[in-house]
Design a protein around this ligand. Structure first.
Ligand code: ADP
Ligand code: MG
Length: 688
């Protein structure tokens, strides 16, 4: 059937449906109730006073009348039960409602009762006609309530009408099942048709929930099937470049690196080595808390590429971080005679041209930079590996685009966003994952404390003393996008105040609105220990490494998220002396604000903090789809329903493994559903 076959579908109603994204009868089936109401609570009219929840009343229609003028015109109906009478009032659609009431007949009304003047009244109650009053007991007790909107109410698309349409569709349409039978059995899911019936007309809440689970699973399943498919297609299209560690790698680890690798670094490097030798393209995520030493892993991977005669690219999200990586590479790799260049946004045309020629000619072996690295003008001679640092804003699409580029380079992404591992494995399921869990030996855990404004002078004394002892200090101010100007003022004023308080100490200010050369110069002086106190906004947040900085003051700490505070704190505690993080909240501290700070004082385990953050903020914020490059699911929630997500992943990948083209008879329906879905999402997955 078509949408226009629906009963009582005017042009206006058709338009209202379309405006809400409903174009086919199937879309209406997927238009799920927002909640259910329970009509089984029948109350005598006389005892309604004081009941604020919606209830059902059962009575005989004794009068009906249209009264009032102009836009006050309304339908008033009086019904009566054994105890008293009640007035039902309809301000809109009264032409329709007037026919629902016949004098002398019985009705059940469902709504919220309120006393107006003499009468107990209900505005726009739901109506059920009854042959006799006893029938009220047999009414469907759970009523689906559909999401409504302006268009719907303008076109008089009532809840009841949607119910009618849904049941019309369900009796006219043949609803095909597309989930494989064994999956339905395994999870005890209702089949698709039953599930639609249960969602739209449930006998009880438990059954409605069971049906909803099935649809959540369906969403996850199609997503995971796509991930598996993306990976599989990539395998087919692009063989991995075979790489082996050689002299560069050996001399770096044996002669240059000043410390012993941690267990996590070793296993990550060995995972990478296996990938690079496998003949398949690497697409690996290195997950590790701040300060776990991911940079060394990245360098190890790049050297393996160089050893095999390829170029490598290292991309960082900010210029400061790119510059820092550049310095690290200089320190570690210059002794090996490796040639490397830095590409950032603010370079002069002449310099840029020189760098481009160098990269294209193959003279430059490692290109470090911001996203400027991926501009079209940058052409590599023989790119074998791309490393992306702090990748948490990178989606499937961007990853896939890189993997399908030119010679199909291997890809390594690194993240300090400590998503619980099982969750990471399901939402980034086209990636392989290595975890650098342990911090390098000799790290002294950062001591964290909360200090109020009253204690500020003590904090300042502490700073003064520490600087005398050779320590460096960060003072961080929040900079939140919507109020950048105001926050910047905060940081600037804080900076001026500190300069007045510490006239003898070299203090500098760093913020996102500075030109990149300025930023770099400021950062450089801090790295070189020429500046003792660095006042900064959160531009410092990501990845920056100055081991001598051992104190961090965070102003307005309550305005930062838990994970962000953890990231910030990760800038200190990088050397082997005791570091201190002092959280200075502003005046008003909410309960969650206090909880966040307390949590941070208690633990330094990034994974534990991530879990707490996740619980606090809910999934939307924690893994905002934009931030994480994840799709919007309509019914399912990747955090709350993560068990289901994991099951969907396992089932989907199992299927792609055994029947990659979905060509077997049992997968015929699945194929017919999956193919259009995948095509529609091609852009999202970066395969379009
Ligand atoms: P992140 O994982 O946050 O990117 P970095 O790679 O910046 O961490 O490393 C943090 C600091 O730890 C750096 O100063 C680095 O030199 C040092 N480091 C890394 N690995 C080790 C190790 N195995 N032993 C001692 N120090 C290490
Ligand atoms: Mg890092």
């Amino acid at each position: 059937m078509k949408l226009i076959d629906l009963h009582n579908l005017s042009q206006k109603r058709l338009k209202a449906l379309q405006a809400s994204g409903i174009h086919h009868p199937q879309d209406l089936l997927y238009f799920f109730p927002r909640r259910y109401i329970d009509k089984s609570n029948i109350q005598p009219i006389r005892y309604l006073a004081g009941i604020t929840d919606p209830v059902t009343v059962v009575g005989k229609v004794v009068a009906k009348d249209i009264t009032g003028y102009g836009n006050k015109k309304r339908l008033e109906v009086i019904i009566q039960d054994k105890t008293a009478s009640l007035k039902a009032v309809y301000f809109k659609g009264w032409k329709y409602f007037i026919n629902q009431f016949q004098k002398g007949s019985w009705v059940a009304l469902y709504g919220t009762a309120k006393k107006y003047g003499r009468y107990m009244s209900m505005a726009h109650p739901e109506i059920d006609q009854l042959g006799k009053p006893e029938e009220a007991g047999k009414l469907d007790s759970l009523i689906p309530i559909y999401p409504s909107n302006k268009n719907f109410s303008k076109a008089y698309i009532s809840n009841k009408l949607i119910e009618e349409w849904v049941s019309q569709i369900l009796s006219a349409e043949k609803i095909e099942e597309f989930l494989p039978e064994q999956i339905l059995k395994k999870h005890k899911f209702p089949d698709r048709e039953t599930a639609f019936r249960l969602i739209h007309n449930p006998p009880d809440r438990k059954k409605a929930n069971a049906a909803l689970e099935r649809f959540k699973f369906e969403e996850f399943f199609l997503f995971e099937l796509s991930m598996a498919k993306v990976k599989q297609e990539r395998f087919e299209r692009s063989a991995g470049i075979m790489m082996e560690p050689g002299n560069f790698t050996k001399s770096f680890f044996n002669d240059v690196l000043p410390f012993k690798l941690t267990h996590g670094q070793k296993t990550s490097l060995s995972d990478i080595k296996t990938d690079l030798k496998s003949g398949y393209q690497m697409n690996r995520l290195i997950q590790g808390d701040v300060g776990a030493g991911k940079t060394v892993v990245a360098i190890g991977a790049m050297l393996m590429a160089l050893d095999s005669g390829h170029q490598a690219a290292l991309m960082a999200p900010t210029e400061i971080l790119a510059e820092q990586h550049y310095q690290t590479i200089k320190e570690y790799l210059e002794p090996l005679g490796i040639r490397y260049r830095l590409i950032t946004g603010g370079q002069s045309a002449k310099l840029r041209q020189d760098i481009l020629t160098d990269i294209e000619g193959g003279n430059c072996q490692i290109a470090v930079g911001t996203h400027a690295i991926f501009q079209e003008t940058v052409k590599f001679n023989k790119l074998g590996l791309v490393v992306i640092d702090e990748q948490h804003r990178f989606g499937v699409k961007q990853r896939n685009e890189i993997l399908l580029k030119g010679d199909h380079p291997h890809l390594l992404v690194m993240s300090a966003t400590p998503i619980p591992r099982s969750l990471a494995m399901t939402i980034y399921s086209d990636l392989d994952i290595s975890v650098v869990k342990d911090l390098p030996a000799g790290r002294v855990p950062v001591k964290t404390a909360v200090r109020s404004d009253k204690e500020r002078e003590n904090v300042y004394k502490f700073i003064e003393e520490s600087v005398k002892n050779g320590d460096q200090v960060y003072v961080i101010f929040p900079l939140i996008e919507e109020s950048e100007v105001m926050d910047l003022k905060d940081a600037t004023m804080g900076f001026e105040k500190l300069k007045r308080r510490f006239p003898e100490i070299s203090i500098e200010l760093l913020h996102g609105w500075m030109k990149s050369e300025e930023k770099e110069a400021v950062m450089k002086r801090f790295v070189e220990d020429k500046t003792k106190i660095l006042v900064s906004t959160t531009v410092i947040e990501v990845g920056v490494d100055v081991p001598n900085a051992s104190i961090m003051i965070i102003e307005h700490a309550e305005r930062f998220g838990l994970s962000q505070l953890h990231q910030l704190r990760g800038r200190i505690g990088r050397g082997n002396k005791q570091s201190y993080c002092i959280l200075m909240p502003g005046q008003k501290l909410s309960r969650t604000g206090r909880y966040r700070l307390k949590k941070l004082v208690e633990t330094s385990d990034g994974f534990e903090i991530a879990e707490a953050d996740l619980k606090l903020r809910g999934p939307g914020d924690f893994l905002g789809t934009k931030q994480s490059g994840l799709p919007d699911f309509n019914y399912a929630d990747i955090i709350e329903d993560r068990m289901l997500l994991e099951q969907a992943k396992n089932d989907a990948w199992q299927i792609i493994k055994t029947d990659p083209e979905l060509s077997s008879a049992e997968h015929e329906n699945l194929k017919n559903t999956f193919e259009p879905y995948f095509k529609e999402k091609a852009e999202f997955f970066g395969v379009g």
